[in-house]
Design a protein. Structure first.
Length: 186
């Protein structure tokens, strides 16, 4: 199951069906979906969030395949501002983490906080040996988060996204690297 996590400024609450209306209001924006997996329907349907939460997100949590959190400011715990999720590895090429945040909350370090909490859960609660994620090269903000976490680029390829085909960097970090970096920063 997905536990509640906290950071200095955020609450990461387990995804719930009640989150669908807020997701539907925030998510269908080009600046959010452009660099996401092409499985995300675009244009986003009017029931897209409801279907995602009910038919994809919650069943994946129940199976133990994914851990999904809604992101909320501690100062506004009733307001969803984004999502972050972890995916159990099915193969070596698979991404293990994805996220999005309302553009009005970007550039404040909030997603770095959320990514740090989720990454620490991945390694130190779930016990996985490595975490891998891919980033479209033009998605500079997202790549900065992976760099801040001490991840290293291990491959360059091309992948399809909602916004088309882009050069893609594959980033990775091991549990030992994560814990060593965390120990250095205190």
């Amino acid at each position: 199951m997905t536990p509640r996590l906290e950071t200095p400024r955020l609450l990461l609450l387990p995804l719930a069906q009640a989150d669908a209306p807020a997701i539907q209001r925030l998510f269908p924006r080009w600046e959010i979906v452009r660099y996401l997996n092409p499985r995300v329907p675009w244009p986003y349907p009017s029931d897209g969030a409801e279907v995602f939460v009910r038919d994809i997100g919650l069943p994946a949590i129940e199976r133990g395949d994914e851990w999904l959190w809604s992101l909320r400011l501690r100062t506004a715990p009733d307001t969803l501002i984004g999502l972050i999720h972890l995916l159990a590895p099915k193969d070596a090429e698979m991404d293990n983490r994805g996220f999005w945040i309302d553009p009005t909350h970007q550039g404040q370090g909030l997603m770095t906080e959320a990514a740090d909490a989720a990454t620490d859960f991945w390694f130190n609660t779930l016990g996985f040996a490595s975490l891998r994620t891919s980033k479209a090269v033009p998605n500079v903000g997202s790549s900065r988060i992976t760099q801040k976490q001490g991840m290293r680029c291990v491959a360059l390829t091309e992948r399809d996204y909602v916004g088309g085909r882009f050069a893609t960097e594959i980033w990775e970090i091991t549990r030992a690297e994560w814990n060593a970096a965390k120990a250095r920063t205190g």
